[in-house]
Design a protein around this ligand. Structure first.
Ligand SMILES: CCCCC/C=C\C/C=C\C/C=C\C/C=C\C/C=C\CCC(=O)SCCNC(=O)CCNC(=O)[C@H](O)C(C)(C)COP(=O)(O)OP(=O)(O)OC[C@H]1O[C@@H](n2cnc3c(N)ncnc32)[C@H](O)[C@@H]1OP(=O)(O)O
Ligand SMILES: Cc1cc2nc3c(=O)[nH]c(=O)nc-3n(C[C@H](O)[C@H](O)[C@H](O)COP(=O)(O)OP(=O)(O)OC[C@H]3O[C@@H](n4cnc5c(N)ncnc54)[C@H](O)[C@@H]3O)c2cc1C
Length: 645
């Protein structure tokens, strides 16, 4: 099963080898539980481990394999980030996709060797979503052939970029490019921020950390201001866009090619989110098979809480989602790699499809992941609320994904633009022009669903029902938009009046894609034992998801209430059928205890003695009487006693 999750036996077994190798290297392990460290201690500890990774990486992984490096980072550094997180996630991808060969020679090789540390500085205090209104300006000075970077007001301060505050000495900075008074929109520049020897900020640079956040606190998200700060013309990233010495602007082959670093993260983060959801579910499912409370049969001992149907309903549909997301994530990465190669040859035709797909997936997957993790926390009762479970940290890190790389409701609108265009083609009788991701929009719907109307209903009937729902909502929302426009609203006003419905269409389209990705993967499985278990999980998934969106199919009679009853019964049947495999389904992700960092999620199930040991290790328990008691509580109680006398 691990080979299914990790798209092949080769990487699944490499993960095992890497984990086994690290088990023998205590210097790579956390020196104490992360929840007991201050932010400063965590950053120090993470930097210590980063240095070790840099020194010994070649003995443990093949550093050219992204997935091996990712696994090494998960084991050693964990999810709370590290001082070079953005260096790998965005700085290197930005240089790879946007720097010319000459620029790559100069900077990418140094970045790969870790001679310099970089980040991606785009968001500002006043603007994150609306990139066209960023306020940092890069004005071209033809005389000196330099760009002058400037922060004209406080809202123009870069704000949020990861590792900008304290760790990075370079950044790919996004600024509005002005040449001879003309605004050429957001462009990307390679910018030195700190002296390479002293690490002191360079003259003209104001820089620092933005302070603690909900989670992800090992990362020093930062602020950055420029005071007429000059960089050479050749620091504009020029793989696709160019500015000649005389200020002539040479257009890229696609207007949004500079957004590639964002598309990179959106493509990979689907897998990252699936893994975080699986972390939380591993913890909660294992704990639920250890925790005994209450009875189902009063003549029998207390049961494991995993026997309760409510607990199964809380956890198993999310287990199915984690599998669905990891399968969809693998497809997304494949498409991303293909588009990256095609863009190199000047073919930008798939950029819009990739952008639409990743915008939708990013939004739906992060939202459902956060919901699933929060349910996993509640499934652990009181102990889920303790940081010993580590689920609160996993939640905090994962939920950040709803905001970064494009606020979810904004990114759903990006997919909606694509869907509206496709609906326009359908309306114009040009369905043959629809791309493969939206071809179903042009198909004719049956009048009713055949779920439970055929002897052995397969997944095709479910897929058709999801298609019907997504198609109906897309065409309806597009019609709403066109209707407002026909009545005289501008497109923008009409769009704003239709966005809730448009975003619903985007979600339904994306949920259909996720179901299809799951079906595609199960159909490929050859081993009959694995196929059976995955088929059960997929059946749980389609029934649960359909029930969640059934209103759309009930309102036009596509599904009847008796079919809905059938879907519900199927759901309950598969909850019970999956129960014996539940622990194996989470164990199949093969997370080591080191990687999970959870007392509740321990593989050996020895939860209670380890919770007690964990509590005893709390810094508060170093002394029996705290200074706060000596200084305040004792005098308070003493004066209360004295006044009673
Ligand atoms: C192999 C397995 C390995 C395992 C690895 C697993 C996981 C690890 C991997 C990754 C790391 C994961 C997590 C990372 C951890 C931490 C966080 C790190 C980083 C966070 C970093 C950031 O947040 S960076 C800042 C991100 N900011 C944003 O996302 C801003 C959002 N805003 C925008 O993107 C844009 O402003 C916009 C798209 C909303 C609008 O842009 P605008 O220019 O105004 O365009 P429009 O007018 O709306 O549209 C015009 C036209 O362009 C099309 N378009 C827009 N963008 C793109 C694009 N990127 N590509 C192609 N086309 C695009 C748009 O659809 C329109 O088209 P039409 O006119 O045809 O409709
Ligand atoms: C953990 C974390 C890490 C980050 N790392 C980086 C980084 O490394 N580099 C970087 O540059 N940035 C980074 N960011 C910033 C991040 O990318 C932005 O915060 C994000 O893109 C959202 O933009 P915003 O903050 O401007 O939100 P806003 O746009 O202000 O969103 C506020 C509300 O307005 C709504 N809204 C905005 N525009 C529209 C619209 N057109 N239609 C309808 N509703 C709208 C949103 O839906 C939301 O409800 C990070 C953020 C976080 C939380």
């Amino acid at each position: 099963m691990a080979a299914q999750i990790y798209s092949g036996e080769k990487y699944a077994s490499r993960r095992r080898e890497i984990s086994a190798n690290l088990a023998k290297r205590p210097e790579f392990h956390d020196s104490k539980p992360l929840p007991f460290m201050t932010r400063e201690e965590k950053i120090l500890e993470s930097s210590r481990k980063l240095t070790l990774i840099s020194k010994h990486m070649n003995e443990i992984i093949d550093p050219s394999d992204k997935r091996e490096l990712y696994h090494l980072n998960c084991e050693v550094l964990g999810i709370e980030g590290n001082p070079m997180a953005l260096h790998g996630d965005m700085f290197i991808p930005a240089l790879t996709a946007q720097a010319s060969d000459e620029q790559q020679e100069k900077w990418l090789s140094r970045a790969l060797r870790r001679e310099i540390i970089g980040t991606y500085a785009q968001t500002e205090l006043g603007h994150g979503t609306n990139l066209r209104k960023l306020e940092t300006i890069a004005t071209y000075d033809v005389d000196t052939q330099e760009f002058v970077l400037h922060t004209p007001q406080i809202t123009a301060l870069k704000w949020w970029p990861g590792n900008l505050g304290k760790s990075s000495n370079y950044a790919v900075v996004v600024a509005l490019m002005i040449i001879k008074g003309k605004n050429y929109g957001p462009q990307t520049f390679m910018v030195p921020l700190r002296d390479e020897k002293t690490h002191q900020p360079l003259k003209g640079i104001t820089i620092g950390d933005i302070g603690p956040k909900l989670a992800y606190n090992i990362v020093d998200n930062g602020f950055l201001g420029f005071d007429h700060y000059r960089i050479p013309r050749t620091n504009l990233l020029m793989r696709h866009t160019r500015v000649e010495p005389d200020g002539t602007f040479v257009k890229p082959p696609h207007a949004k090619i500079n957004y590639s670093a964002m598309v990179h993260v959106r493509s990979y983060m689907i897998t990252g989110q699936a893994i975080m959801l699986a972390y939380a579910l591993t913890i909660a499912t294992r704990y639920s098979s250890v925790r005994r409370q209450g009875q189902i049969d009063t003549t029998q001992p207390e049961v494991k809480v995993l026997e309760y149907q409510t607990q199964q309903h809380r956890l198993f549909p999310s287990i199915a989602r984690a599998y669905a997301f990891v399968f969809a994530g693998a497809e997304t990465v494949r498409l991303y790699e293909r588009v990256l190669q095609e863009v190199e040859t000047g073919n930008v035709s798939l950029m819009a499809d990739l952008h639409a797909l990743t915008s939708g997936l990013k939004s739906v997957v992060t939202h459902q992941t956060a919901q699933g993790i929060e349910q996993a926390r509640m499934a652990c009762g009181g102990h889920g609320y303790s940081q010993a479970s580590y689920i609160s940290e996993i939640f905090g890190v994962a939920v950040g994904g709803c905001t970064y790389e494009g606020e979810n409701l904004v990114m759903l609108q990006q997919l909606a633009r694509y869907l509206v265009k496709s609906a326009g083609l359908v309306q114009a009788g040009q369905s043959s022009k629809l791309g493969p991701l939206v071809a179903y929009l042009g198909a004719k719907s049956d009048s009713t669903s055949l779920i439970d109307r055929t002897p052995t209903p397969g997944f095709a009937e479910y897929v058709k029902t999801f298609q019907h729902i997504a198609r109906k909502q897309t065409l309806k929302a597009a019609q709403k938009l066109f209707g407002f426009m026909e009545k005289g609203d501008t497109r923008e006003v009409a769009w704003n009046k239709s966005t809730v419905e448009l975003n619903r269409a985007s979600r339904l389209h994306t949920r259909l894609y996720i179901v299809e990705a799951f079906v595609r993967r199960v159909e490929e499985v050859a081993d009959p034992r694995l196929k059976e278990v995955l088929t059960d999980l997929l059946r749980l998934h389609v029934n649960y998801e359909l029930l969640d969106v059934a209103a759309y199919a009930l309102e036009d009679g596509f599904l009847s209430s008796s079919q809905l009853d059938y879907i519900r019964e199927q759901l309950y049947f598969y909850l019970a059928k999956i129960r014996p495999n539940a622990v194996s389904l989470v164990d199949s992700w093969e997370f080591s205890d080191r990687e999970l960092r959870s007392v509740l999620g321990r593989r050996d199930g020895n939860v209670y003695e380890n919770l007690f040991a964990w509590a005893k290790a709390s810094p508060l328990n170093k002394t029996d009487v705290l200074p706060s008691v000596d200084k305040y509580l004792k005098p308070l109680m003493e004066s209360a006693r004295a006044s009673k006398l």
